[in-house]
Design a protein around this ligand. Sequence first.
Ligand code: SF4
Length: 362
Amino acid sequence: MTVLDLGVPAVPGAAATTTDTSGRPADARLVDSWGRVATDLRVSLTDRCNLRCTYCMPAEGLEWMPSEQALTDDEVVRLVRIAVERLGVAEIRFTGGEPLLRKGLEDIVAATAVLAPRPEMSVTTNALGLTRRAAGLAAAGLDRVNVSLDTLRRDRFTEITRRDRLDDVLAGLRAAREHGLDPIKVNTVLMPGLNDDEAPDLLAWALDEGYELRIIEQMPLDAGHSWQRDRMITAEQVLASLRTRFTLTDDPAERGGAPAERFLVDGWTAPDGSPAKVGVIASVTRPFCGTCDRTRLTADGQVRTCLFSQTENDLRSFLRGGGTDDEIADAWRVAMWGKKAGHGIDDPGFLQPDRPMSAIGG
Ligand code: SF4
């Protein structure tokens, strides 16, 4: 596939009358040179986590970011405000590490909820502590949650996460449902010989509970750089496994920039009465970069144009150096204009980024 085959339209409505030195059209939004527009901001609030998933980090954890390098709550809120008010961002996903480890999460959510136009807000979490925080997050204005869960078996959970906390995760999910943080999406990574036989069970459980299951192909973003393509469970394998127990049909709904390829599960209904769905996020074997609408902010104030970026653009020095909102917005626009066509995992020279997934966020 050559870059040009991405089939992305020219920037809709962008008045390409004046351009800056990089050829970027005079467009207030986060456009890139392939015609994509980023409207979905992923904000990593910490690189720390209270689990030690084997496919993510070593048992001893990682060298955590020094607190003085991390953005303060006010700095996070300022960047989110600039993104919403000046850059056309309409969706905010708070991630980590584990975002519930951020004490000020409720305040950050509340400050985001009063922005105009109000962005849709979600959190990607391992759900530990959600029993205590769900009510406060819902009251602060959070719309919904994505919960990471790879197995329903206690022994396997403990083996994968190196923590015996399955019951707490399940309780956290129920608390999210009780407080209306839905639709609740459950993100699962399957690993050969560990939990790759559990896809049908996980789907049956999710359908019963009213959660939407999404199975994610493991990506080369682990701290140990031990990812091997031939050890990854592919979308094809996932669908074949699910079809041993369920009848799946393509979801007719428009996919847009959504990472998940969704399928209707015949004979099942979601809590809102719509057809129940299951998703597969196949970044490696069925890349969706051509319609990517994501921009990312790290916990230390760097813009990442892509999960797999080899470079980052620093906004923290603007924040702490007296930069104006205009200057920050412009720096963000210039950063996104340089976004690459795709992740390049299939390119011979592909290099895994230095920053691990735990410091980028889902
Ligand atoms: S790999 Fe990068 S470009 Fe592709 S969909 Fe993910 S964030 Fe977007």
